[in-house]
Design a protein around this ligand. Structure first.
Ligand code: ZN
Length: 274
């Protein structure tokens, strides 16, 4: 499932192909992918807009659009299996390509989503989509990060997954960050010492930066880069997807449990409950 590094990779893959292009036409084959406005209106509204930039906020892609002095944003959340391809117009499309944007250079941007949970919003007011998100983990400073935990009684794992607390982490990178920081996923957030918070801060920076550098994590069919290439971070995982395999620090088998309905991997010897 795409998280911050996979979305960042998608943005970087798309940018050189799409910035400066104009959307000539949109075709929607699965209307529920369009969260706002209604699908028919979305198709009408987006025509003629030029893509001036593509950025990321948390796990959202943001296409910055301009037409005759009017600005809009197309936000895309990939959810479980969403991804993009760029192909020449007229080449065969498969049945999982649910939204198609015909471009002014004869190519087509294709949103492919086998599980159909991905969503798109075409809006003028960004707050409607990203208004409630917490800070970006790679932009927040160490001091600010440390203060986030004051008065938070929640357990680390669900807290770090909460997009209003910190935006962009998901199951893979929370498990990896907690392993590097040597923190148990069920620790109460406000029980962390200053030193432990600093450790967690640097663990998150390290894990996300390295994952972005190799194009994200492709464990199963859930995530592929633009046009089908795999990411490279699956070879560097330390906790996630390593149940019963030896901890790379101490050799103890990694344990998998469930925390808040999410599979959670940790080393019972390096990551003590207290
Ligand atoms: Zn260990």
């Amino acid at each position: 499932m795409p998280e911050l590094p996979e979305v960042e990779t998608t943005v970087r893959d798309l940018k050189p192909h799409l910035v400066g292009r104009t959307i000539v036409r949109a075709t929607i084959r699965w209307p529920r992918t369009i969260a706002a406005p209604r699908a028919r209106q979305f198709c009408r509204d987006i025509c003629g807009y030029a893509i001036t930039d593509i950025t990321r906020r948390a796990k959202y892609l943001r296409f910055h659009l301009q037409k005759d002095g009017s600005a809009r944003s197309l936000f895309v959340h990939l959810r479980m299996t969403g991804g993009f391809r760029i192909d020449p117009c007229g080449t065969p499309r498969d049945k999982h390509m649910h939204v198609l944007f015909q471009l002014d250079d004869g190519r087509e941007l294709r949103f492919r989503d086998t599980r159909k949970f991905g969503r798109m919003w075409l809006v003028q007011d960004e707050a409607l989509v990203i208004g409630k998100l917490g800070p970006e983990p790679l932009e927040i400073g160490e001091k600010e990060f440390i203060a986030l935990f004051d008065g938070k009684r929640r357990q680390l794992k669900p807290l770090l997954l909460d997009q209003t607390f910190l935006a962009g982490l998901g199951n893979i990178y929370v498990d990896e960050s907690l392993w590097y920081a040597r923190l148990h996923p069920l620790r109460a957030a406000d029980s962390l010492t200053r030193g432990e918070r600093v450790r967690l801060y640097h663990a998150i920076q390290r894990v996300l930066t390295r994952a972005i550098a190799v194009g994200g994590t492709s464990i199963d069919v859930m995530y592929r880069r633009v046009n089908g290439v795999s990411g490279g971070f699956q070879d560097s995982l330390r906790a996630f997807d390593r149940e019963k395999r030896p901890c790379r620090r101490c050799g103890t088998p990694i344990v998998k449990t469930t925390v808040g309905q999410r599979g959670t991997h940790f080393c019972p010897s390096c990551q003590k409950p207290q």
